[in-house]
Write a protein that binds this ligand. Sequence first.
Ligand SMILES: Nc1ncnc2c1ncn2[C@@H]1O[C@H](COP(=O)(O)OP(=O)(O)O)[C@@H](O)[C@H]1O
Ligand SMILES: Cc1ncc(COP(=O)(O)O)c(CN)c1O
Length: 157
Amino acid sequence: MEKAPCTSPEDLLPVYREKVVPVADTITLNQFEAELLTRRKIHSQEEVLEVMDKLYSMGPDMVVITSSDLLSLRGTDYLMALGSQRTRTPDGSTVTQRIPREMHKVDATFIGTGDSFAAMLLAWMHKHPNNLKVACEKTLSATHHVLQRTRLHNTGC
Ligand SMILES: Nc1ncnc2c1ncn2[C@@H]1O[C@H](COP(=O)(O)OP(=O)(O)O)[C@@H](O)[C@H]1O
Ligand SMILES: Cc1ncc(COP(=O)(O)O)c(CN)c1O
């Protein structure tokens, strides 16, 4: 999960908030990025849902929090990802599907996992256009395999 300092200049934040997010259909971001965009801190499962609602109110219909280290019920060895999709019913109300998944932490630091996650999610969403659950699960599984293999390649264990 990306921590400060940001890889993007902070003065671009208003551009993301006001120009980019409102025209996005889907956003994938980690907990830190979600906190920055919404100006809210996440300390609990309830708060992550509030932050996701705020992100929906900014425009996208699909929000995927790629990782959070606070929310896993299984402890600090796990990360949580949370996929979520909002659909409008013919009567005008909205239904939100949420797909929380926990993954075992791989004991290493990786760069580019968020980018690779977003690219794989796009590919799996293309293959499974009506099934975010399957797209998220395949993305997480493939990500985990890539990271384990990367670690094995670098450390031999
Ligand atoms: N140390 C890790 N152990 C297990 N999975 C990880 C680890 N780091 C990243 N991932 C995986 O990569 C995905 C994207 O990583 P994340 O840290 O959320 O993105 P970013 O690189 O934007 O901070 C996560 O959903 C998770 O599946
Ligand atoms: C300068 C820079 N470094 C590293 C990364 C990789 O970030 P992440 O680990 O969040 O995918 C990015 C994101 N594209 C970046 O812009």
